[in-house]
Design a protein around this ligand. Structure first.
Ligand code: CTP
Ligand code: MG
Length: 227
């Protein structure tokens, strides 16, 4: 089947507190967004790449990203809106592989492991994830006092890429958004619809660049990837 990568890249990066959206910060001489686009373009099993950017985004042209063999769509208000815009041109039998622009350290082998789910009869797609490593605390709502310690066993960090049949994902995101549900990743929309979603153990190097301290760490992982 055809696999289309959809990259939501229309965020403002408020937690990074930089002079521009974080996807346009440079790591080892290349923007974060370009690292991410290139990783997906170079994967042998990905047929097409669609990037959702903020309408009028001047950085995208400044860094000549429009010259790459990709398709560009407008991003939306929330991440789920950006992803949905990216899914609009996908065909009935396509698979959507959604991957955050802010995760440039994605490794080819992790994408390949996720794509093996296409052959599964048990699940309707799945996500990369990594087990939580810190002790997890639940806090009494609107206080900073601990209520209890969560059982870490069975708790995972949801990463991207996340892989689903485009037709099912489109409907799940539309339903989730119209119900006002908190849709922070593709799997959450699919879970709400009752689909079985697989967890694939992925590399913890596949961080989402969020805070300034993540930048040197990502540069380190990217250097490792190419050495
Ligand atoms: N994203 C998007 N459209 C939005 C919001 C986010 O395409 N309306 C994208 C971001 O560009 C990023 C990914 O979704 O690649 C994950 O979001 P996040 O890490 O939260 O990025 P930002 O929303 O930009 O950062 P912040 O939440 O700190 O503002
Ligand atoms: Mg955000």
């Amino acid at each position: 089947p055809r696999v289309v990568a959809v990259i939501p890249a229309a965020g403002v990066g408020s937690r990074m507190q930089a002079d521009r959206p974080k996807q346009y910060l440079t790591l080892n001489g290349k923007t974060i967004l370009e690292h991410t686009i290139d990783a997906l373009l170079h994967h042998p099993l990905i047929d097409d790449v669609i990037v959702a950017i903020t309408p009028g985004d001047a950085y995208f042209d400044q860094y000549r990203l429009r010259e790459k063999p990709i398709h560009v769509v407008d991003g939306g208000k929330e991440r789920a809106d950006s992803v949905l815009n990216g899914l609009m041109s996908l065909g009935e039998n396509d698979w959507a592989l959604v991957h955050d622009a802010a995760r440039p350290c994605i490794e080819e082998s992790d994408i390949s492991a996720l794509l093996e789910l296409i052959n599964s009869d048990e699940v309707s797609g799945g996500i990369l994830a990594t087990p939580v490593r810190d002790t997890m605390k639940r806090v009494k709502s609107s206080t900073n006092v601990i209520s209890h310690t969560e059982d870490r066993d069975g708790l995972w960090h949801a990463l991207t890429p996340q892989l689903f049949p485009a037709r099912l994902l489109k409907r799940a995101l539309q339903n989730g958004l119209s119900q006002g549900a908190n849709i922070t990743d593709e799997a959450s929309a699919m879970e709400l619809e009752g689909y079985k979603v697989a967890m694939v153990n992925g590399s913890p190097a596949n961080i989402k660049i969020t805070h300034p301290a993540d930048l040197p760490l990502a540069e380190f992982y990217l250097k490792q990837k190419f050495s």
